[in-house]
Design a protein around this ligand. Structure first.
Ligand code: HAM
Length: 425
C-alpha cells in the first residue's frame, strides 16, 4: 500500500519551523494590541453566498479557487471554506449588531485560509493570513494608519526592505465611466489579447490591468489610468491618504495598475512587496477600502478598510533574505539515572523541577546511563541531572554537558541553579 501524504498544496509545519511561525504571530498579536485591534474568530467555512456576494462572483477566488463543501442533501445550505477573512468578519459585524458599538470597530484575525489554486512556492491551498479590519471609519487618516501598521509588522518580523504600492480605484460614482473607457481601449486592441484576457474583458476588465501576460504588459503602458479619472471626492481622499503617509514619513509608490483581485474594493488599495524584486513577484500582503461591503452583505451603509498579510510568504522571505530567526530551544536539563529501570525516580525529580518552572525532560526509556547521556547531549540540553546512590541522602550529580564537568549537588539547590542558568541563556 502506498503511504499517505498531506493533500497537494498543503503542508505539515514541523517542529523545527514552528518557532519562526510563532515569532511572526507574536509580532502580529503584539501590534494588533498596540494599535487597538480586538481579536475575533470566525468559522473556517461560511455560506457560499457570503463569499460570492462579498468577494464577488466574477473573481478568480470565487470562480476558480473556492473550496466548496459537498452539500449533504439536495436542499442543504451550501458552504465553502473561507478563502479570505474580510467577508466573514463583515458578516459577523452585521450579525452581532456591531454598528451599535463605538465606531470604528477594529478587529483582527490570524488563521488559515483556503484557495484551490495551482500550488507553487509561496502559493498554497491552505495558507495563513494576519487580517486587520477597521469598520466604520471613512478615512483618510485610518487608511494611512493601516498602511503604516503593515510596514511596521514586516520590519519587526525581520524583513527590512518591504515597500508599499498604493492606488485608488475610485468608487461606484467614478469607476463605471473609467471601466467603460478601459473596455473601449482594450476593444481597440482585441486582436492582441490572449483568449483568457478576451474573456475577462467581458466579465471584469479591470483584471486586465494587472495581468501578467507578456502580451498585455506593453499594451497596459498606454491604457487609461484610474488615477487620472477619479472624481473630486475620491481624488481628494487619495491625496489626503498620501499626505498622512508623508506626515508619518512612510514612503509609498503609486501604482495605477494595482486593482486587486477582489470586487469589494473602493478607493484606497495597496500591496506590500520585497523591494528590488520587480516583475512577476508575489505580494507579501494586500488590502484596501471596502465602503460598500457592509451594505452588500445586508447591513447599513458603513465604510471599512483592512489588510491581510500572507504569513507563509513572510516566513519564506525571512528564509530567503537570511534574516535571523528564532529556533527551537532545548530543555535546560535532562534527568537521567544510573539504574535503567528507575523510571519512577527520574519522572518524580523532573515533575518536581517543572513545578518550579524549569524546562526539563525526564529520560523514561529503560536504557543504560551512557545512552541516556548521549541522547541528552544530542538534544542540546545544557545539563544532565544524574540520579544514583546519592539520591538516598538528597543529592544528585549535575553534569555540565558543554564543559564535560560534573559535581555533586543537594537536590534542593537544583531549582535556583537551573533557573539562573536558563536565564543566562
Ligand atoms: P489577498 O490579496 O487575496 O487579499 O490576500 C492577501 C495576502 O494573502 C496575499 O498578498 C498573499 O500574501 C496571501 N495569499 C493569498 N493567497 C495565497 C496563497 N494561495 N498562498 C499563500 N499566500 C496567499 C485578501 O485576502 C483580502 N481579504 C485582504 C483585505 C483585508 N482587504 C481588506 N481587508
Amino acid at each position: 500500500m502506498s503511504t499517505y501524504r498531506a493533500p497537494r498544496g498543503t503542508r505539515d509545519l514541523l517542529p523545527a519551523e514552528r518557532p519562526v511561525w510563532r515569532h511572526v504571530a507574536d509580532v502580529a498579536r503584539g501590534l494588533s494590541e498596540a494599535y487597538g485591534y480586538r481579536e475575533i474568530e470566525t468559522p473556517l467555512f461560511e455560506l457560499t453566498e457570503v463569499f460570492e456576494r462579498g468577494v464577488g462572483a466574477v473573481t478568480d477566488i470565487v470562480e476558480k479557487e473556492l473550496f466548496r463543501i459537498q452539500p449533504r442533501t439536495d436542499d442543504a445550505e451550501t458552504w465553502a471554506l473561507r478563502p479570505e477573512g474580510t467577508a466573514g468578519i463583515v458578516r459577523a459585524y452585521i450579525q452581532h449588531g456591531m454598528q451599535t458599538w463605538p465606531q470604528p470597530v477594529k478587529l483582527t484575525l490570524l488563521g488559515p485560509m483556503f484557495r484551490y489554486d495551482r500550488p507553487q512556492a509561496g502559493r498554497y491551498r491552505e495558507f495563513w493570513q494576519w487580517d486587520v479590519e477597521a469598520i466604520g471609519d471613512a478615512g483618510p487618516a485610518v487608511d494611512a494608519e493601516i498602511v503604516e501598521l503593515g510596514l511596521r509588522f514586516y520590519r519587526e518580523a525581520g524583513l527590512e526592505d518591504v515597500e508599499v504600492r498604493l492606488n485608488s480605484i475610485g468608487d461606484p460614482g467614478c469607476r463605471p465611466a473609467y471601466v467603460a473607457e478601459l473596455t473601449a481601449f482594450y476593444r481597440r486592441h482585441e486582436d492582441a489579447l490572449p483568449p483568457l484576457e478576451r474573456q475577462r474583458l467581458e466579465s471584469n476588465p479591470l483584471r486586465l490591468l494587472d495581468s501578467k501576460d507578456p502580451a498585455l504588459v506593453h499594451l497596459n503602458d498606454d491604457a487609461p489610468r484610474i488615477t487620472d479619472r477619479l472624481c473630486e471626492a475620491c481624488s481628494e481622499h487619495f491625496a489626503e491618504v498620501m499626505a498622512h503617509l508623508d506626515a508619518l514619513g512612510v514612503e509609498h509608490r503609486v501604482e495605477p495598475s494595482l486593482v486587486r483581485g477582489l470586487d469589494y474594493y473602493t478607493r484606497t488599495t495597496f500591496e506590500y512587496y520585497l523591494r528590488g524584486r520587480e516583475g512577476h513577484q508575489q505580494a507579501l500582503g494586500g488590502g484596501g477600502r471596502y465602503d460598500g461591503l457592509v451594505e452588500l452583505l445586508g447591513g447599513k451603509p458603513t465604510p471599512g478598510i483592512g489588510f491581510a498579510l500572507g504569513l507563509d510568504r513572510v516566513v519564506l522571505a525571512l528564509k530567503e533574505t537570511g534574516a535571523e530567526v528564532p529556533t527551537e530551544t532545548p530543555p535546560i536539563a535532562v534527568v537521567v539515572g544510573a539504574d535503567p529501570g528507575a523510571t519512577a525516580e527520574r519522572l518524580r525529580v523532573a515533575t518536581d523541577l517543572r513545578a518550579e518552572g524549569i524546562r526539563v525532560r525526564a529520560d523514561l526509556a529503560v536504557r543504560r546511563l551512557g545512552r541516556q547521556l548521549e541522547a541528552a547531549a544530542k538534544e542540546g540540553a545544557r545539563f544532565a541531572i544524574i540520579l544514583g546512590d546519592e539520591l538516598a541522602d538528597g543529592h544528585v550529580q549535575l553534569r555540565d554537558l558543554d564543559a564535560a564537568t560534573q559535581k555533586v549537588l543537594a537536590i534542593d539547590d537544583l531549582p535556583a541553579l537551573l533557573l539562573r542558568k536558563s536565564q543566562d541563556g
